[in-house]
Ligand binder design. Structure first.
Ligand code: NAP
Length: 353
């Protein structure tokens, strides 16, 4: 069904403090929209300062609402009068002790909490959920088992679990939950955005919690000085992703899942771009680390770099089909050089590397 959203109505963004959400909030404010920003703690000024600055230079308005994914009913006030709801909030980090508590519960219960609230809020016409390519696959080695060796919107992740890549599991369960809840009613429609690994400049580099920013910082702090892994990933620019979310909300015919991925690359290629521009001043990777070395050292660098993960993701081609988002939402993507260089420059400007 085609859904038309009135730009004079407020729009809810959950997890507005986040790396991805920041650029969406900016896009909405630039358009003159009133943003209901749901945040865990509106009193933590350092987490929302960048949004206030953007709002003060744009035609839109921002209003903060205190809400927590795990507190039932806590999005009610923020959702009042909204026709459009963006659900971006979900933890994205891999250094976890208790994956059920730290990843799965906030992702899945949070999705229920927000979408059940949409069921109770008569004004809601569309919900856009930030899912992930992680809800499509766990390991790059899976790509070759699909036609043309590429991931598509039809594919669901069947390999992640509580024990193996629990972040991917949390995104898979959360998106499934979203489709289940959407299917119980017909007042609002659900559109999912499925980004690959997000890169590009953070609006809040000093307080960013996203794994994207953590890995970018690691590229600059010497972690990969002996070489970066040829770990295959897709990459999308955070600014393009903000635009994709905006279009998913306001394009009447937007529908279903939408892979948001611009480049099929790997961490070594990404590091090499940075080394080319900033290599004189920072300990950026200039060579590829051999697979055996990452296999040995990986678990010490990052908990998610288990030996199984290294075996299944280094030296395998990663490929996703982004035709749908280009054709249906008219998306175009920035070159990878621009994404990587702007991302690192933002860390330099904020003095966090
Ligand atoms: P992020 O900067 O860490 O943002 C996560 C957001 O979720 C923060 O605003 C955080 O709020 C909020 N949040 C976490 N737990 C919460 C809770 N219990 N209650 C309320 N809010 C909570 O990470 P991000 O990279 O922007 O991720 C945003 C979304 O994009 C997530 O859904 C993620 O799965 C998805 N995604 C990210 C990538 C990527 O490469 N970055 C790729 C695909 C999909 P606080 O500020 O209060 O912690």
């Amino acid at each position: 069904m085609a859904i038309s959203i009135d730009k004079s109505k407020p729009v809810l963004v959950t997890g507005a403090t986040g790396y991805v959400a920041g650029w969406l909030v900016k896009r909405l404010l630039d358009e003159g929209v009133t943003v209901h920003a749901a945040v865990r703690n509106p009193d933590k000024t350092e987490k929302i300062q960048h949004l206030d600055e953007i709002a003060s230079n744009s035609p839109g308005e921002i209003k903060y609402f205190k809400a927590d994914l795990l507190q039932e009913g806590s999005y009610a006030e923020a959702m009042k009068d909204c026709e459009l709801v963006y659900h971006t909030a979900s933890p994205f980090f891999t250094d976890v002790k208790d994956p059920q508590k730290q990843l799965i519960d906030p992702a899945v219960k949070g999705t229920s909490n927000v979408l059940e609230q949409a069921n109770k809020t008569e004004s809601v016409k569309r919900v856009v959920v930030t899912s992930s390519c992680a809800a499509i696959y766990t390991d790059a080695s899976e790509c070759k088992s699909y036609p043309n060796g590429e991931l598509t919107e039809e594919i669901w992740n069947k390999t992640a679990s509580l024990k193996y890549q629990p972040y991917s599991y949390s995104k898979t369960l959360a998106e499934q939950k979203a489709w289940d809840i959407a299917g119980t009613q017909n007042r609002w429609d659900l559109v999912c955005i499925n980004p690959s690994f997000v890169m590009g400049p953070a609006l809040n580099p000093k307080v960013a919690t996203s794994e994207s920013v953590t890995i970018l910082k690691q590229m600059g702090d010497g972690t990969f000085k002996q070489g970066a892994p040829k770990m295959s990933v897709g990459v999308v620019d955070v600014r393009d992703l903000g635009e994709a979310h905006f279009r998913a909300g306001y394009t009447p015919e937007a529908n279903g899942r939408n892979i948001a991925s611009a480049h099929n690359t790997n961490f070594f290629e990404m590091g090499k771009i940075l080394h080319g521009k900033f290599g004189n001043d920072y300990a950026l990777p200039s060579k590829a680390a051999p697979k055996w070395l990452i296999w040995l050292m990986g678990p010490m660098i990052n908990k998610a770099l288990t030996r199984r993960f290294v075996s299944n993701n280094i030296g395998h081609d990663w490929k996703a089909n982004n035709t749908k988002i280009k054709n249906e939402l008219g998306m175009q993507f920035r070159p990878l050089n621009e994404t990587m260089q702007d991302a690192f420059q933002a860390l330099i400007d904020a003095k966090v590397v």
